[in-house]
Design a protein around this ligand. Structure first.
Ligand SMILES: NC(=O)c1ccc[n+]([C@@H]2O[C@H](COP(=O)([O-])OP(=O)(O)OC[C@H]3O[C@@H](n4cnc5c(N)ncnc54)[C@H](O)[C@@H]3O)[C@@H](O)[C@H]2O)c1
Length: 249
């Protein structure tokens, strides 16, 4: 039985993030659900954790900024006394050709998908290095970092997600001496509100391409995160766990 541990999940009140938070709470972690935006929806998500014995709390913070990320980590540590697991889950889509992408869209997509991982990890490492241990799990997307043909439907998003994988590998190397493991999970197409934004004909075409058939669920991603966060993965760092039904792009 592992000791009770504290986990922060960015964007943890909705979709994949909420499923991850719920699974980590079932694993015996106290959980901090970060969000930015709708307070009512966040409180309603938090109520779903009431039946579990672990502590759950929300922290409102925009993790696409350095100040927001620091506020999140400091508040969580102050309230729950520790930080052992950080799941960098925030990562909004932008479906827009590069030619049509505005300066603001480019900046916001890079800041929220890649900047948030940097800001939150750096703030968390200040705590984890001191206690000489921890696990950081970054949520990427598909396996685009290997793609020899590039992507066209959401390039700024996938460029940022490719950066998340290099950031994962770089931190895995630099933080290993402190006993901190850093890994990533790359979801394929997962049944969520954000996936629903795509056009019906695109979704039908992609679903036909998935070797295992059909979409994944948020629980499929939560299962992978649960493993990487745990002592079962004590010798695993710098790896990317693909959870995409065999859809290599
Ligand atoms: N859904 C999919 O099919 C799919 C596929 C591949 C990868 N992913 C990745 O999985 C992760 C979760 O995806 P999802 O579909 O559940 O997303 P979602 O949009 O449903 O949830 C993300 C949450 O993050 C919050 N958020 C957004 N920006 C924030 C910010 N700056 N600060 C704090 N909170 C913020 C949102 O309010 C939302 O609650 C993302 O990184 C996404 O890129 C999703």
């Amino acid at each position: 039985m592992e000791l009770r541990r504290v986990a922060i999940i960015t964007g943890g009140t909705k979709g994949i993030g909420k499923a991850i938070a719920y699974r980590l709470a079932q694993d015996g972690r106290d959980v901090v659900l970060n969000y930015h935006g709708d307070d009512e929806a966040a409180q309603s998500a938090l109520r779903e954790f009431e039946s579990l014995p672990m502590k759950a709390m929300t922290v409102k913070a925009d993790v696409s900024t350095s100040d927001g990320a620091s506020h999140l980590i400091e508040t969580a540590v102050k309230q729950l006394g520790s930080l052992d697991i950080l799941v960098n889950n925030v990562g909004p889509f932008l479906v827009r050709a590069l030619y049509d992408t505005t300066d603001d869209e480019w900046r916001r997509t890079l800041d929220s998908n890649l900047g948030s991982v940097f800001y939150c990890s750096r703030a968390a490492l200040r705590v984890m290095r001191e206690r000489r241990g921890g696990s950081i799990i970054n949520i990427g997307a598909l396996n685009v970092e290997h793609s020899p043909i590039g992507v066209f439907e959401a390039p700024a998003y996938y460029i940022a997600k490719s950066g998340v994988i290099m950031l994962t590998r770089s931190l895995a190397r630099s933080e290993a001496p402190w006993g901190i493991r850093v890994n990533a999970v790359n979801p394929g197409f997962i049944e969520t509100e954000s996936y629903d934004q795509y056009r019906a004909e695109d979704k039908a075409a992609w679903t036909r391409m998935i070797p295992l058939g059909g979409l994944g669920t948020p629980d499929d991603i939560a299962e992978a995160v649960s493993y990487l966060a745990s002592e079962r993965a004590r010798y695993v760092t710098g790896t990317v766990l693909h959870v995409h039904g065999g859809l290599w792009v």
